[in-house]
Every structure is written in structure tokens, then in C-alpha cells.
Design a protein around this ligand. Structure first.
Ligand code: PMP
Length: 391
């Protein structure tokens, strides 16, 4: 066959993709060994019946043809109202583009913000697909390390060292994989840097309904940032709608109009019955969001309770999202070694920090995505296992 385009084949850089533990855990399960899975960021509940009913009603009512590409006006208006209510920033339907999930919103936003061959900055540790998304649009994906010693709060001065010649900066708060929420100070530093270096800020806020400590601040609300910020949102985490593929980008009208044009030439939008269901879900308001977030709040409390009785593992501030990150450096093992041995010897699967870049080496990410009791039991086993290496 003719050669495949390097823009495509370079999306994954080859070698380890960081997900070997998950693959191995799945193989063990198929071979009959029960494994406790604390790897994937997906709820242990399914989409709420009220949302499914809305989806069914819409589809049967005929909303199965092509939907308008930027998204149906009612949903764009609802997202705009939600964003405005949460941030105080004036937001209209024209500032909102409905996308097939946050993932494609990340791709489209970077295509909008970053000319081919220019640097796109992202922070390490990072959500696993970030560098591939940036390479996928032809950018030079450039990681900036965020340090465990700083509680995984990024420092503008560290980012500044890479800002020359960059077009965009991607941030994520509440953060996957660390569970950290960026403080106002952190975000003000980042906003100032973006203005001084004329960068687009792409702010991935898909975990904005999972906030346990402090408050989530959208950097789009900081002075003069609305004109250079593209916010990524999604129904996946807030409404347990991962499979429905419904998310959005909020940004300046001109950027959104071009991104809508991109969608006309790529995805052709999001299914109408999914958008109708998302509209019903958002109109249910914070009550439904809190119901969906509640299991993670409970498991976070379980985590704090279990970890207070030991001193080998350090918990990175568990401010938000459905993960906790544990510092295991006292065991002398890398995150990868620890995760592999935990899987082999205790049949518990967690993600090594190294899967999320260099900065979280010696850490593991634990997804709080199983039943409370099982979760607590697995975490106790994990703590006892870590203690064995510290004696
Ligand atoms: N951003 C982050 C930080 C994520 O963790 C995820 C999913 N795990 C996404 C974006 C994409 O989510 P979706 O495409 O389902 O909206």
C-alpha cells in the first residue's frame, strides 16, 4: 500500500502506551482470575433512566436525521446559560459548539488554536490522550512538568520557559490523573502568562461537577481571558453519559463559527436524540449532577479515612475528579513496578503514574469507580502491600 501519512502514524509515538496494566488485568479476568479494577475513569452506574427516556422519546419522535451542525439551538443556549451562571461571564449560544464528546472538542480546539508545526504546550502528568491529540493536528506537542513537591499545582514560571514560539497551552482542572484543582493563584499566573505570550488557553473542565475541596474556577472568567480561552465541557463525567458522545467547546464567536465549519467537514455534528437527552439532563440542574458525583465523594472520604492510619503512602490533595493519586516513593518502587506487583500478587489493577508522563513517576492513580465496600477493601490491601516494602 502507499505510505500512510506521518501526521496519522505519529499520533502514538510507539513503545509503551501506558495501558499495559489494563490489558494484562483484562487478560487475567478472561483467564478466570478475578481482578479488582481501579484503572478506568468510568462510573460504575449507567446513564440515568430519566435521560434514557428522553433519548428514546426524541428518537421515536423522529429526531434521527441530520441535526444542525453547531448543535441544536436549545442545547447551545442551555450550555451557554449554565456556563454563564457558573462563571459570571456573558455567554450566548453563538459561543457554544456541541461536539461528539470532550475528546473531539480537544482536537477541534487545538486545530483552531495551533498552526501546523507550531508548539502546543500541555502539562505533565497528563490525561493519556493529550500528546496524541496535539500531534494529530500537526502540532509539536511540548510537555511542561508539574511537580509533586508543589502538590501538582503548575507554576507559570516553569511554563514560561517553553512559551517562546508556542501557540497554545492546554490545562485540566479538576485534574486527571492527579485529582488536584488549580487554585486561583495558579490560574491567575497562567492567565497572565497566556496574555504576555499571546497564547490560546485550552481549559479542559470535564470534571467541573466533581469538586470535593476548594472551588473550581474557570480561567475564562479571569480578566481579558474570554477572548483567548476555549473551554472543553462534556456530559460524560457530569451525567454518566460516556457512551453518548456529547460535549462542547465554549469560546469567542469567531472561533466557534470556524470550529462549526470544521465539524461540517468532519463529524457532521452530534445525533439529535443525544442532544435532546443532554438538554433534558442539563435542565434537571445540579441535583442530578450531585447524585452522579456522590459515589466519588463517598469514596474519597473512605480514602482519607484509610490513609490516615498509615504513613507509607502520601495522598496528593484529593480535591476533585474520580481519581486519587498516591505517592509511593517511600516503597522504593517505581509506580510501574508497584502496579505490576500489586496486580500479580494481590489481583488489584491501578494505573502507574508513569502512564501519565514523567512527572508522576513513583506514584499510582487509583480510580474510585467501584462499589464502596470493595473499594475500601482494595485500598486497605494496597496500603498493607505498600507497607511490606517500607519495613
Ligand atoms: N478530558 C479528560 C481530562 C478526560 O479524563 C476525558 C475522559 N477520560 C476526556 C477529556 C474526554 O472525555 P469525553 O470525550 O468522554 O467527553
Amino acid at each position: 500500500m502507499p505510505i500512510l501519512s506521518p501526521t496519522l502514524t505519529n499520533i502514538s509515538e510507539g513503545g509503551s502506551d501506558g495501558w499495559e496494566i489494563l490489558t494484562r488485568a483484562r487478560e487475567m479476568i478472561v483467564a478466570g482470575t478475578p481482578v479488582t479494577q481501579l484503572t478506568i475513569g468510568e462510573h460504575d452506574i449507567r446513564t440515568d433512566p430519566s435521560i434514557l427516556a428522553a433519548m428514546d422519546q426524541s428518537a421515536r419522535g423522529g429526531h434521527t436525521g441530520y441535526a444542525t451542525v453547531p448543535g441544536i439551538t436549545e442545547l447551545r443556549t442551555e450550555v451557554a446559560a449554565r456556563v454563564q451562571a457558573r462563571t459570571g461571564v456573558s455567554t450566548r449560544a453563538e459561543n457554544v459548539m456541541i461536539t461528539p464528546g470532550g475528546q473531539s472538542a480537544l482536537f477541534a480546539s487545538h486545530l483552531a488554536a495551533c498552526p501546523y508545526g507550531q508548539k502546543a504546550l500541555y502539562l505533565d502528568p497528563y490525561y493519556a490522550t493529550y500528546p496524541g491529540t496535539l500531534r494529530g493536528i500537526g502540532a509539536v506537542a511540548t510537555a511542561v512538568q508539574v511537580h509533586a513537591e508543589n502538590g501538582f499545582q503548575p507554576k507559570a514560571s516553569d511554563i514560561e520557559l517553553f512559551a517562546e514560539g508556542a501557540a497554545s497551552l492546554l490545562i485540566n482542572s479538576p485534574n486527571n490523573p492527579t485529582g488536584v484543582i488549580y487554585t486561583r493563584d495558579t490560574l491567575e499566573g497562567i492567565a497572565d502568562l497566556c496574555k504576555r505570550h499571546d497564547l490560546w488557553l485550552i481549559s479542559d473542565e470535564v470534571y467541573d461537577t466533581q469538586v470535593w475541596e476548594g472551588e473550581h474556577l474557570s480561567p475564562r472568567a479571569l480578566p481579558d481571558m474570554a477572548e483567548r480561552t476555549l473551554v472543553i465541557g462534556s456530559m460524560s463525567k457530569s451525567h454518566a453519559m460516556t457512551g453518548s458522545r456529547c460535549g462542547w467547546i465554549v469560546g469567542p464567536e469567531e472561533a466557534i463559527a470556524h470550529i462549526a465549519n470544521l465539524a461540517t467537514h468532519t463529524t457532521y455534528g452530534v445525533a439529535g436524540f443525544i442532544q435532546d437527552a443532554a438538554l433534558v439532563a442539563l435542565r434537571e440542574g445540579p441535583e442530578l449532577e450531585q447524585k452522579i458525583a456522590a459515589p466519588f465523594a463517598r469514596r474519597r472520604a473512605i480514602t482519607l479515612d484509610i490513609l490516615k492510619d498509615q504513613n507509607h503512602i502520601t495522598l496528593i490533595p484529593a480535591d476533585g475528579a474520580m481519581y486519587v493519586m498516591l505517592d509511593l516513593r517511600a516503597t522504593g518502587l517505581s509506580g510501574e513496578e508497584f502496579a505490576n506487583r500489586l496486580l500479580d500478587e494481590k489481583h488489584i489493577a491501578v494505573m502507574p503514574g508513569e502512564s501519565f508522563g514523567k512527572a508522576a513517576a513513583g506514584h499510582i492513580r487509583v480510580a474510585m469507580t467501584i462499589d464502596d465496600e470493595q473499594y475500601g477493601a482494595a485500598l486497605r490491601t494496597l496500603c498493607a502491600f505498600a507497607a511490606e516494602f517500607c519495613e
